[in-house]
Write a new protein. Structure first.
Length: 278
């Protein structure tokens, strides 16, 4: 069947995260694609990401038979407060235009004419949604309606903010991307809202935010019994509760190891959750 660019592509279980890789971004992203990752998460935020380096990796991958149609590409719009001096838009422009300018540059960086997902990097403030958030969301909604982005999402969001968005937005988010803390029941409240509103939850810092919890003796024992590495156990748990997992590993060996992770069965997932959320 010929590929139809209007068709929605399912999001892969794993997204390869491209933050904090600087001049290694192109090489590591290419290695991840060669290892088998087909979902890429980036941001047009030079402070933490090198989006053009991701684009370079995509070009190399295309020369090795991995084409745009094989990939799920996600990037983000970041408000001024989250940027450094290397802005992807005019700092004086209204937010609607900043969203449009940021997306336009992302498409150039990534050598594509559409995105599978475009995410608001985070609400302007920790509590509630404010005018800037609504203006950005409306601009993103228009981009979705134009077809240049397939789906829109929101990151770094509290349950209250997500509730406010789904209650009032013309177009609800398809994705939420959050730092996922075991101590909060693996972001239980936000995940429950996502489940109720048909939003796919993407979890990041699954390993790094939870080192203490996943190194408990009972968790290590469970990993040994299942013959899994601790990262495979964590990612397996994430899949079994319906999350998309992010990993930004810089190690080719860890890339391969992570891709072997499979959902845990229900009893093992429950055991893991009990020992990591106590
Ligand atoms: N929306 C946001 O605000 C936001 C914020 C942060 C991150 N993100 C996204 O999420 C992505 C992932 O970030 P992250 O915070 O989850 O952490 P990360 O940057 O992927 O760090 C994972 C750490 O765990 C280590 N590790 C050890 N064994 C591993 C294994 N088998 N598999 C994977 N990692 C292993 C890695 O070391 P090695 O490199 O040696 O494997 C690395 O130090 C980012 O690149 C970015 O795309 C988004």
């Amino acid at each position: 069947m010929a590929y139809n660019r209007r068709m929605l592509k399912p999001i892969p279980d794993f997204l390869y995260g491209t933050a904090w890789k600087e001049e290694r971004t192109a090489d590591l992203t290419f290695q991840a694609l060669q290892a088998g990752f087909r979902g890429i998460d980036t941001a047009n935020q030079r402070r933490h990401y090198h989006e053009a380096g991701v684009g370079e990796a995509l070009m190399r991958a295309r020369d090795h038979g991995i084409g745009r149609e094989d990939l799920f590409l996600q990037t983000k719009f970041t408000f001024l407060a989250g940027q450094d001096h290397r802005l992807p838009y005019d700092r004086h422009a209204p937010i609607t235009q900043q969203v449009q300018q940021s997306l336009k540059r992302s498409l150039l960086h990534l050598h594509t004419d559409y995105l599978d997902s475009f995410v608001l990097h985070g609400p302007m403030y920790r509590h509630g949604l404010h005018d800037a958030d609504w203006e950005a969301w409306d601009a993103m909604t228009q981009l979705k309606q134009s077809g240049v982005v397939r789906q829109i999402g929101l990151s770094n969001v509290s349950a209250g903010q997500l509730q406010e968005l789904v209650a009032n937005a013309d177009v609800p988010p398809s994705y939420v991307q959050n730092r996922c803390f075991a101590a909060l029941g693996w972001d239980r409240d936000v995940r429950a809202l996502c489940a109720n509103h048909d939003i796919k939850y993407q979890g990041f810092s699954l390993l790094t935010a939870n080192l203490r919890e996943i190194q408990r003796p009972q968790v290590i024992e469970l990993a040994e019994r299942l013959r899994l590495s601790l990262p495979q156990l964590v990612f397996g748990y994430a899949f079994s509760v319906g999350m998309v997992a992010l990993t930004g590993t810089s190690s080719p060996q860890h890339m391969r190891e992570d891709l072997l992770a499979k959902p845990l069965d229900a009893t093992d997932a429950e055991t893991f959750e009990i020992w990591t959320t106590k």
